[in-house]
Ligand binder design. Structure first.
Ligand SMILES: [Zn+2]
Length: 263
């Protein structure tokens, strides 16, 4: 067996790869050991996933959706207390409660004094609806994109070799594994439902979908990975850094999401 990113033999590797990081709440979509080698698994966690998780969108989504990381902690967010012009840190305390803390000892004294005198006031917290279309987001989605395609190949063990040897994917592999700060691989980003939207089905009255994904193959035989994370849809062309084919597909399909296409 070989690694889908670096193509090295991965028979002795032990890591399983989470397609969407565990810290974003994914416990079910996993590539078994060998599909991503240990060395790529480590590299991707620290250089590709971590920067996205620390982005404003990553932190905010985890904070508001209360998604704990592997250590069971929900990240805090930094806000502003305009009355004192100081930063404050907000923590989730369960049951719709928020805890507010200062970010330095000096601010803590000021905050305590101020709240003691007058407990009324506002905190401002930055909110971001969509992640930035930047290098961090592009590489993160490119990693997920190739892994979604690998996930589709799990049904046949021979397809590992086929996937590793597809030259059409080499540009994407290099972008994820080695990086290229001069290229922002284009990703189509839009919100398709509200972050905490509740889906309903026959068995349960409402459930939140943290993430879902699919592969779209267009009439031009281009392969796109489509993923929704907390209601934001990302589309990436796995064959090269352009989206023209997707834009015409999108027009022909009247703006439907490939995840929810009805015909
Ligand atoms: Zn590798």
């Amino acid at each position: 067996m070989r690694c889908i990113f670096c193509k090295q033999n991965s028979d002795s590797c032990v890591s399983v790869e989470h397609i969407v990081p565990e810290s974003l709440g994914n416990t079910e979509h996993i590539l078994p050991k060998g599909w991503v080698c240990d060395s790529c698994n480590n590299y991707l966690a620290s250089k590709v996933e971590q920067p996205f998780m620390e982005s404003l969108f990553g932190r905010n989504s985890r904070f508001w959706m209360q998604v704990p990381n592997k250590k069971g902690r929900v990240p805090s967010v930094i806000g502003l207390y305009p009355k004192l012009r100081t930063k404050v840190e907000l923590f989730q305390a369960g049951a719709g409660k928020l805890l507010v803390g200062a970010t330095s000892v000096e601010d803590r004294t000021k905050l305590d004094d101020s709240l003691e005198k007058n407990p009324n006031g506002n905190f401002y917290v930055p909110v971001t609806d969509l992640p930035d279309s930047d290098y961090v987001t592009s590489r993160f989605i490119a990693k997920i994109g190739l892994e979604i395609l690998a996930h589709r190949c799990l049904i046949n063990p021979d397809w590992n070799k086929d996937l590793v040897e597809m030259p059409e994917l080499d540009e994407l592999r290099a972008y994820v594994r080695r990086g290229n700060p001069n290229l922002i691989w284009p990703i189509n980003i839009r919100r398709i439902y509200k972050q905490d939207f509740l889906f309903a089905d026959a068995e349960c009255s409402g459930y939140e979908v943290l993430h879902e994904f699919d592969i779209l193959v267009t009439e031009r035989n281009e392969f796109y990975a489509v993923i929704a994370i907390f209601g934001v849809e990302f589309v990436i062309n796995l064959g090269g850094p352009e989206l023209d084919g997707y834009h015409s597909w999108f027009k022909n399909n009247k703006g439907q999401s490939p995840l929810y296409k009805t015909n």
